[in-house]
Design a protein around this ligand. Structure first.
Ligand code: AMO
Length: 429
């Protein structure tokens, strides 16, 4: 029986263990056959190492296809190779699973593969260290977000992804048959997270959400991961402070504890974090007008307008106090100017990463806003119920985690930071 356990990862093969017996499990990246011996580069999730194969195993190494899974055992010795301080002098060389050639992509990255091909072979693509680094960063990012929100008094919740009526208005809903009734995939946890402030005060959720968006862009998916927060007895500027803390904590963590992966992934190691500039919608219109982009009050900011603003404001910036009519029914108006709303978006360049605001907590106002926006209060009866049970004033936001990862890893396409992206064309793998 083959022992499939390893004693060390490639990265652990250093001079301090010269003379030790080790077992390494990984995949074959390269074989250089020089007659009586073969140099085999074996990679695992931590890096690459060199194995020197002699005797009977040379034939096996010679025939081994790149990317095949192997386990090798041997003694660690000093190496003359410039890339490796030590190497393994192999006594046992076992191919566990052959890679069948030709492979659809080259995961070493030496031969550039088309983005679609890489996504079609995503599991293999993850053997590319640059790609794997992105997903290690994603995991580290989620961990620090959880820690930061917990330290701010939030508890993590899980709300249904199968819902009976829309949470964000009627558009963009995926509907399906649910035991002879109509059900939908959740567009956001908006209504649940608001209701939960009634009893749990401060909640957050990290989950997948679904939008039937027929968008063909580098920033839209039909399934995306969102970080949602909602907090009782807070106004919108309070939860903007929390956005700053969350985004700042992820950047800091990447820079301090994951610098290697950040550089490998192509992210900037000098990105600033801290207080984020807060621009009002009105100021954005003024600045845009000065730069030849004339917009009327009430116009949404087009892609082109956001790109211009992004050129004027480096890095992250908030746009706040949007016209009320541009915002969803649950957003609170500004008390001193009801044409405006207590709302904000966090931008990075042209890209919107977060939207949020203060919510209406008065059930009567909420009902009239539903009607104003052409929605039927009866469809929201379940939600409105909670507003008759002493709803506290509350604010919150939703952060598109995939988009944040795009920015932090310097990726140009959201598909680069999502393992198995879903869009209008892609339903597999
Ligand atoms: P919104 O619809 O703006 O707000 O979504 C919040 C954030 O989620 C991300 N996002 C997406 N990412 C990838 N693909 C998509 N199709 C997609 N749609 C949205 C964006 C966006 O800023 N309930 C409110 C949030 C709140 O007020 O708490 C909401 O869903 O980064």
């Amino acid at each position: 029986m083959i022992d499939i356990h390893r004693t060390h990862y490639a990265r652990q093969l250093q001079e301090d263990i010269v003379g030790q017996q080790v077992r390494i499990g990984g995949w074959i990246e390269d074989v250089r056959d020089i007659g009586k011996l073969a140099f085999v580069t074996i990679r695992d999730v931590t890096g690459a190492c060199q194995a020197i194969v002699t005797g009977d195993s040379v034939q096996a190494a010679r025939q081994a296809q790149r990317q095949s899974a192997v386990i090798v055992a041997g003694t660690v010795q000093k190496s003359k190779a410039k890339d490796f301080p030590v190497e393994v002098k192999v006594t046992e060389f076992t191919i566990l699973t052959k890679a069948v050639h030709p492979l659809p992509i080259d995961p070493t990255g030496r031969v550039e593969s088309a983005a679609d091909k890489r996504l079609d072979a995503r599991a293999l693509d993850l053997r590319n260290p640059r790609v794997a680094a992105i997903f290690r960063l994603r995991s580290a990012g989620l961990e620090v977000v959880r820690d930061t929100l917990r330290s701010e008094g939030f508890i993590e919740v899980n709300t249904p992804k199968i819902i009976g009526s829309a949470s964000e208005g009627g558009a963009n809903l995926f509907g399906f048959d649910y035991f002879k009734r109509k059900a939908y995939l959740a567009q956001s946890p908006q209504l649940y997270k608001e209701q939960l402030t009634l009893g749990l005060d401060r909640v957050f959720e990290i989950g997948p959400y679904f939008r039937a968006e027929n968008s063909h862009t580098v920033r839209h998916l039909t399934e995306f991961t969102s970080i949602d927060v909602e907090a009782a007895f807070t106004d919108y500027e309070d939860v903007m402070d929390i956005v700053e803390k969350v985004v700042g904590s992820v950047i800091q963590e990447f820079q301090q504890s994951h610098r290697g992966d950040l550089e490998l992934a192509g992210g900037r190691a000098d990105m600033q974090f801290g207080k984020i500039e807060r621009l009002s919608y009105a100021r954005c219109l003024d600045e845009l007008a000065k730069h030849g982009e004339k917009l009327e009050f009430g116009d949404d900011l087009s892609d082109a307008a956001l790109r211009k603003l992004g050129e004027m404001h480096n890095g992250f910036y908030f746009i706040m106090d949007w016209p009320l009519k541009l915002k969803p029914f649950y957003i609170h108006e500004k008390e001193d100017d009801p044409r405006l709303s207590k709302s904000f978006d966090l931008q990075h360049g042209y890209l919107e990463l977060v939207s949020g605001g203060r919510r209406l907590h008065d059930p009567e106002k909420l009902k009239s806003r539903l009607v104003e926006q052409g929605l039927n209060p009866a469809s929201f009866a379940e939600h409105l119920k909670a507003f008759d049970w002493g709803m506290p004033p509350h604010s919150g936001w939703g952060l598109g985690f995939d988009r944040l990862m795009m920015v932090l890893t310097g990726s140009q396409n959201v598909r680069d930071v999502v393992l198995y992206p879903r869009d209008t064309d892609r339903l597999t793998p």
